[in-house]
Design a protein around this ligand. Sequence first.
Ligand SMILES: [Zn+2]
Length: 283
Amino acid sequence: MIRNPFHFEAQFRPGVTGPEDGPGYWYMFAGRRLLVRDQGSNRVALPRRRIPRLTATGTQAHFLGELAGQPCFAIDTQAQAQLPDGIVGLDLRELYGRLDGDLFLLGGRAYQILQWDRTHRFCGACGAPTRRDAVQRARICIDCGMAQYPRLTPAMMALVVRERRILLARSPRFPDGMYSALAGFVEPGETLEACVHREVREEVGLEVGNLRYFASQSWPFPHSLMVAYVADHAAGEIRVDGEEVVDAGWFSPEDLPAIPGRLSIAGHLIRTVAARLQDGETW
Ligand SMILES: [Zn+2]
């Protein structure tokens, strides 16, 4: 079993009910921007005393849980809020890799909960307003009672291995020269395994077998859960679909193209498998 590097390092105890206010980690977002102190320090949380004057949307804070015994909160302010001196707003993506791992994970959790909360204020069934449930992370319709939960979108990633080589592919959205593992969203009614088979077949025309779970990563842009597998080539030759994938090839571990960074599960997956193959180990 591979150690998953995308877990909290300190103890994080998630929670829904807890203190509504007080000292701790405060994640305040103005739209997509996380507000941080501009002191060259890598602490994300604003001090509690800076929060009230920025809170203009009238929303209550969400209690997220406790990180190493400290309560953690998420709260919204107006997307166009004028920021006081010493506070800057940065898109969470810009903070990726620039924040301590745990503080980034917590920021991703805060962002997803706020984003869900602000986009589910009305019932999708009857159109009436919804209210926050006191016990579980849900918004309940005040009229028909339908519950809406935070949305997660599972996406599969597959690294296909053929003898000592791995299949890497280019999406037209990638930076020039970059290649990665195959990936795609799970469809309704589909299992994770069926999704891997379908994605590989659709994107590069191959059949695969012997799927092995690798690891998963929360990817809060905006609400994905990436689940990575390693699979063996079973049949067929590469035939790219020309849309999701514009080029693909078999690469030996000694001769990899540009690949994603270590902080994404794609980068971790490719490097881990390539290193094993280079050491003569199999998958
Ligand atoms: Zn309703």
